[in-house]
Design a protein around this ligand. Structure first.
Ligand SMILES: NC(=O)c1ccc[n+]([C@@H]2O[C@H](COP(=O)([O-])OP(=O)(O)OC[C@H]3O[C@@H](n4cnc5c(N)ncnc54)[C@H](OP(=O)(O)O)[C@@H]3O)[C@@H](O)[C@H]2O)c1
Length: 301
């Protein structure tokens, strides 16, 4: 149980003034949450973040990590994943506190030192990327945050969901033991999309199309596809030769990519196999056409 009264506003601290810590601390401050302390590895980084927050919260101070823990009720360890466990080990936790990390993949056991001292532990992972510091704070609203609690505590769960809602975020309760697979899945929706676009740009370069034109030309296509998925779901948004059952086009793709060599043909076949599943769900193709596509994709050219 937290030591706070259910109605009391927790005093928040952020340790790790990087991309995520800055965005989350700024968003909390902007929405009236009591951010009382920030800390980081370098005092200069902590002071820089504190200076941004004191516009809204004059009481917010740049402290050492240990002092920040002493000053707060809820402590967000917004440091790189590899640093979470060793940092947690070094801090003066007390019973009734809440120690949180914002990593997707790192297990809550990284906060074991806080739990041993009687603190609660939780994960608060925003499903968003924070590479642009100017935009980062505004990306939180409308995003989902995956929440996991170290021990069942309905009141605390409600309060974390409340914080998510204050930030305009959709809370998602993570089942224990699911973090690594959950985060690998998130990767498909984030940085692996970039790998798909890189494959496309490489193919353009190989056939003599200017690589510099690839992103400006392909990003609107990618955005259109994502907008269709938002409107009609994955199967409903599917377009292209597999969705239409155009065997001739798929055969031409395979022939061209195999001729280019490398892993282009193999990569295409793997994705095409997966897409057959969506095409089947979309129910636009009859069974014969699906089987013909399956055979074509499986065959070497
Ligand atoms: N960036 C994203 O898109 C994103 C999205 C979702 C979740 N996350 C999660 O958020 C966490 C932080 O990621 P990030 O991208 O914000 O990393 P980051 O930009 O590299 O920032 C990490 C910060 O942690 C500080 N730090 C590192 N070791 C420390 C230590 N031992 N004690 C105190 N401070 C320490 C660094 O401080 P100094 O600057 O003072 O050296 C740095 O500012 C990670 O768990 C990550 O998985 C990130």
């Amino acid at each position: 149980m937290t030591s706070l009264q259910p109605s009391a506003q927790p005093r928040l601290a952020f340790i790790g003034a990087g991309r995520l810590g800055t965005a989350l601390a700024r968003a909390c401050a902007a929405r009236g949450e009591a951010v009382v302390a920030v800390a980081s590895r370098s005092q200069a980084a902590a002071e820089q973040l504190a200076a941004q927050l004191t516009v809204k919260l004059p009481a917010c101070r740049a402290l050492s990590p240990a002092q920040a823990v002493q000053a707060a009720d809820w402590v967000f360890l917004t440091v790189s994943d590899d640093a979470i466990a060793s940092l947690a080990e070094s801090l003066p936790w007390r019973p009734g506190q809440l120690a949180l990390h914002c990593s997707g993949a790192t297990e809550l056991s990284a906060l074991a030192a806080a739990a041993r001292a009687g603190a609660q532990t939780a994960g608060f992972h925003p499903l968003q990327i924070f590479s642009d510091p100017e935009q980062a704070e505004y990306l939180l609203a409308g995003s989902t945050v995956a929440i996991e609690l170290g021990a069942a505590d309905a009141a605390l769960q409600q309060r974390l969901h409340g914080l998510a809602q204050v930030l305009g975020m959709q809370p998602l309760q993570l089942p224990p033991g699911s973090r690594a697979a959950y985060h690998a899945a998130a990767n498909f929706s984030a940085s692996f999309l970039l790998s798909l676009l890189e494959e496309a740009a490489q193919l353009w370069a190989q056939v003599g199309l200017p690589e510099s034109a690839a992103l400006p030309a392909l990003l609107p296509l990618a955005r259109g596809t994502l907008a269709a998925a938002q409107a009609r779901g994955l199967a409903g948004a599917l377009s292209g030769p597999i969705a239409r059952g155009d065997l001739g086009v798929v055969a031409a793709h395979l022939q061209a990519l195999d001729a280019l060599g490398g892993s282009h043909g193999t990569f295409y076949r793997e994705l095409a196999q997966r897409q057959l599943h969506l095409a089947a769900l979309g129910a636009r193709l009859d069974e014969d056409r699906l089987q013909a596509l399956q055979a074509l994709i499986a065959s070497p050219t």
